[in-house]
Design a protein around this ligand. Sequence first.
Ligand SMILES: CC(C)(COP(=O)(O)OP(=O)(O)OC[C@H]1O[C@@H](n2cnc3c(N)ncnc32)[C@H](O)[C@@H]1OP(=O)(O)O)[C@@H](O)C(=O)NCCC(=O)NCCS
Length: 194
Amino acid sequence: MDLRHVLTPRLRLDAVVPADLDEHVALMSDPGVWAHLPSGRHTSPDQTMTGIGHSVRHWATDGLGYWSARLRHDLPGTPLRSGALVGTGGCAVRVETAWWNLYYRLTPPAWGLGLAAELVSAAIDAAHTVHPDLPVIAYLLEHNAQSRGRAERAGLSLVWRGPDAGNPDPAAVRLVYADRPLAGELLEKVTAHP
Ligand SMILES: CC(C)(COP(=O)(O)OP(=O)(O)OC[C@H]1O[C@@H](n2cnc3c(N)ncnc32)[C@H](O)[C@@H]1OP(=O)(O)O)[C@@H](O)C(=O)NCCC(=O)NCCS
């Protein structure tokens, strides 16, 4: 099975590659996709290319990583046309740890349509196929209600709540969701991770 190219009902998911740079710069520099973490907004193409480089390595090393998500057809009622990049995400193994990090980020005009649901479902299925013994984990900010809703509707459960390591806002609260209970040592790594 070639997980680099996956179809969902409305999305074409392709492994992130360097040629995606311009589309990713547009997405990652949009303040709208960083409303819950303004410090995360990309401010230079180099920063975006660094992230793409990480994705390329995930695919090469682990056989799975983040996808670019593009529309298979025009999306009625929106300005989004067939082929448009609507987001990025998937499951990737954190380099220094042993879990699948579930990630999702969509352009605001694509919110509220169930597209993130399609991406997340494909990502969890892929992670369970490639390495079922690694837990799928999503960590997110407590005030990001949309992201919480998506994790919960994907069947993940809240396993931890505490400070958000690495966040310039000391009041930020991190929630950790997982597809199974986490052993103490792993939970420590997940919660300390920036
Ligand atoms: C988090 C994020 C991906 C969620 O996007 P989303 O579009 O709200 O997510 P979903 O695909 O789950 O869509 C759910 C909504 O679409 C509605 N919907 C419409 N058609 C649907 C369909 N065919 N299938 C499923 N849901 C559908 C649902 O009812 C739901 O609405 P609700 O939120 O009012 O209950 C998006 O808000 C985002 O990219 N945010 C910025 C980046 C971010 O915070 N990422 C997470 C970092 S950890």
